[in-house]
Design a protein. Structure first.
Length: 445
């Protein structure tokens, strides 16, 4: 092999089937060799990964960067730099910005911003909404990674069943997977009205307004419509153990349905919400004790395919009021997800190989990016993350690179973090220092 641009030398590389000591050779942004040290070519740069674990770049299939329209919460530069610090090399960004990516024109606006500002690679979802079914073909033509629709109540509105079924039929013809926020909007609207009329403003009221039946019903309807239409379906941010038998049954009969969950659903409960208050408000809600164990089991048995963050930043003022209905739902997660999950590896709940499957390989496969993304093999993009599994830390919101300094994991001790993030062969973050430049990220389709 002739000279190369970069060698990541002597790390413990996580590959399908186990962990091997190996070095990675990179030329023109692509892995061109996986070998032992004796077979290494000359390189312009060598990064010594001895004693450290090396994984594929994390693919986060669910983030909100707020730009265009809400840049005061987050923008593409701050959001993707936060991703780099969290070991995330590819993000898939949601369409509910202003303007939303509901038309070809709206998509072009966001594409231009991302191309100018992104530090890591990205895909863009198109909106599947009540009034834009005739725009879906244009969105597919212009390179959206998939479509997103909101079945639950949302400021941008939700679809009725007729539009939802028709949207699935169009998506099937276009070959696009549809990601759904699966909650029953009308149940939520009535429950919220009743609770507010009773004077309830406390954080637990939010969960009471969105009981498990909201998720079970919406997941079941989405699966029914996708199965009838022959569409590929993805259930976003699953928080509810009661939906898992519905998803499991659909998979068993051959429906192409996948699902994700998030660290906050795996690690927190309604008891934490009662203690911490509106900072933990999120949709779907963090549920009662017992749901997390069901979700862990769903990950282990394959009912849930992958991990996501649902990175949804807001300002402190938007998250800390006394009235739960006036506090925005969501919080950041790109920088905290990997340390939190690596802590679970340290505790023995999961293996590092399982984490890599859920955070790297599975999202890349489901969204059509594998093995270009999510793999450390010859021909793959050189998206490489070096981990220090012994690094102790404490999560502090004021140290986050995101514009949002609100985190539900404030003060939590972690073990393990990304110490070097490489995107297509270029070091974006190393030893806590941002080395990349805005505009380095590329759109993936």
């Amino acid at each position: 092999m002739d000279g190369v641009d970069l060698i990541v030398r002597g790390g413990m590389v996580v590959v399908p089937g186990g962990i091997v000591r190996a070095s990675l050779a990179v030329r023109d942004g692509v892995i061109v060799g996986v070998s032992d040290d004796d077979a290494l070519p000359r390189a312009r740069e060598i990064i010594d990964a001895s004693g450290r674990h090396v994984i594929p770049g994390i693919v986060d299939p669910h983030v909100h960067f707020r730009s265009p329209g809400f840049e005061y919460k987050e923008d593409w530069a701050t959001g993707t730099s936060a991703a780099a610090f969290g070991g995330v090399t590819t993000v898939l960004e949601m369409p509910n910005s202003d303007p939303p990516t509901a038309t070809a024109e709206g998509l072009r606006v966001k594409q231009a911003i991302a191309a100018r500002d992104a530090y890591v690679d990205y895909g863009l979802y198109g909106m599947l909404g009540q009034g834009n079914l005739d725009a879906l073909a244009d969105l597919a033509r212009d390179g959206v990674i998939g479509l997103k629709c909101f079945m639950g109540n949302n400021p941008i509105g939700h679809l009725d069943d007729g539009a939802l079924l028709e949207g699935f039929e169009i998506a099937a013809r276009l070959g696009l997977r549809v990601a759904v926020h699966a909650e029953n909007a009308t149940i939520i609207e009535r429950r919220v009205a009743r609770l507010r009329a009773a004077g309830r403003q406390d954080p637990p009221a939010h969960l009471e307004s969105r009981p498990s039946v909201c998720a079970v019903d919406a997941v079941g309807r989405a699966i029914t419509f996708a199965e009838a239409a022959g569409s590929r379906l993805h259930i976003t941010h699953e928080s509810c153990k009661d939906t898992l038998p519905v998803i499991r049954s659909a998979k068993a009969r051959g429906v192409d349905v996948t699902a994700e969950t998030c660290p906050h659903y795996l690690l927190l409960s309604a008891d934490d919400v009662a203690r911490r208050g509106p900072v933990l408000r999120v949709n779907p809600p963090i549920r009662e004790v017992g749901h997390a164990e069901g979700l862990w089991a769903g990950l282990t048995d394959g009912t849930i395919d992958m991990l996501a963050t649902d990175h949804a930043p807001h300002t402190p003022e938007e998250k800390t009021g006394r009235n739960i209905w006036e506090c925005w739902s969501g919080f950041g997660g790109l920088e905290t997800a990997a340390p939190l999950m690596l802590t679970e590896v340290h505790r023995g709940r999961i293996t590092l190989e399982q984490y890599v499957e859920w955070a790297c390989r599975a999202p890349a496969r489901v969204w059509g990016l594998y093995p270009r993304k999510g793999a450390l093999q010859v021909g793959a993009d050189a998206d490489i993350v070096i981990l220090d599994l012994d690094a102790d830390d404490i999560i502090r919101g004021d140290r986050l690179r995101s514009k949002s300094k609100i985190t539900p994991f404030e003060g939590m001790r972690t073990r393990g973090r990304a110490v070097c993030t490489i995107v297509r062969g270029r070091v974006v973050m190393r030893d806590g220092i941002l080395e990349g430049r805005p505009g380095w990220g590329r759109m993936v389709t």
